[in-house]
Every structure is written in C-alpha cells, then in structure tokens.
Design a protein around this ligand. Sequence first.
Ligand code: CMX
Ligand code: CO
Length: 146
Amino acid sequence: MLTRIDHVGIACFDLDATADMYRRVHGFEVAHEEVNEEQGVREAMLRVNGTDDGHATYLQLLEPVREDSPVARFLARHGEGVHHIAFGTGDVAGAAAEIGAKGVRVLDEAPRPGSMGSSITFLHPKDCGGVLTELVQAAGGSGGAH
Ligand code: CMX
Ligand code: CO
C-alpha cells in the first residue's frame, strides 16, 4: 500500500544554488544532505510537512556526480525541473511485486539504498503515464522515524 508522497525529486545543475533559492523563496531548509554513488547523485532533502503515517514529505534536490547517471542524462535532454515522484510504503518489496504483477516495469531487481537509510525502487515512466515513479520504505520500517 502506498501511504503518502515521500518526496518530489527535482533535477538541478547546482544543488547549493537551488537549495538557496528554496530557502529564500519558499522558506524550506535542508534537513539532510548525502551523496548516493550508486544513483550517481548528490542530494538534499528539504522537509515540507509531516504525514499521518508518522513520516514526512520532502523535496529532493538532485545534482549529478557523473555524466553517465540518469539525472545527468535527464538534465542534458530536458534541463532542470521535476524528475520523479516518490510514494512512501511500509513494504517496498511487497509494493513493487504487487505493482510489477500488473505489468508495470520495476527497474530494480531488489530495493536499493535511498536517502536517510531508506530502501527504494523505481517504476518505468512509460508505464506510469510519463512519470518516473519511486517507491520508498523509510528507515526503521513503516513505523520508524524518517
Ligand atoms: N521522467 C519521465 N520520463 C523520463 C525520465 C523521467 N525522469 N527520464 C527519462 N524519461 C523518458 C525519456 O524522455 C525517454 O522518452 P522518449 O523515448 O519518449 O524520448 C525515455 O524515458 C528514455 O529516456 P533515456 O534518456 O534513454 O533515459 P535513461 O536511459 O536515463 O532511462 C530510466 C530512463 C527512467 C530507465 C532511468 O532514468 C532510470 O533507471 N531511473 C531510475 C534511477 C534514477 O532516476 N535515479 C536518480 C534518482 C535517485 C533518487 O531518487 O534517490
Ligand atoms: Co528520489
């Protein structure tokens, strides 16, 4: 079951400048920053609000750390902007199996590490109305802090 919007991923060329814009214009602060080598990104999580499953909704700013990464390819083709939407679930492997059984391409054989100790997997945008879709299980399972 998908229970919340975990984050909206936004591709940018300059993470620090984009985070500054969100601080100045929207009043959002960076709650967390990390490099995910496997995904090829430096990312900043801007917490927007808490959700009624005990977790939260974020903006995820993404700056590529190598040219052969999905975010670098996206920026080259489309420029800066919304890259993906991520839904939260208490069971990412179960949700991916359930959705995969409906004929949607799941892009990872097994969940991979995501932001803040979460487990993530992606659904192909061509099977989701043109939207690259991520499923996220927060660290500590369905009831833990995110
Ligand atoms: N949203 C919507 N459509 C997208 C897209 C996106 N983010 N990225 C690519 N596409 C579309 C392209 O427009 C293209 O469509 P057309 O054939 O109609 O032109 C098609 O998908 C293939 O594009 P591509 O440039 O060949 O794309 P890639 O080789 O990068 O493959 C995808 C696309 C989705 C399989 C790949 O980006 C992927 O595996 N993504 C998952 C991992 C990821 O994005 N990680 C970064 C985020 C990490 C995080 O959130 O923590
Ligand atoms: Co994401």
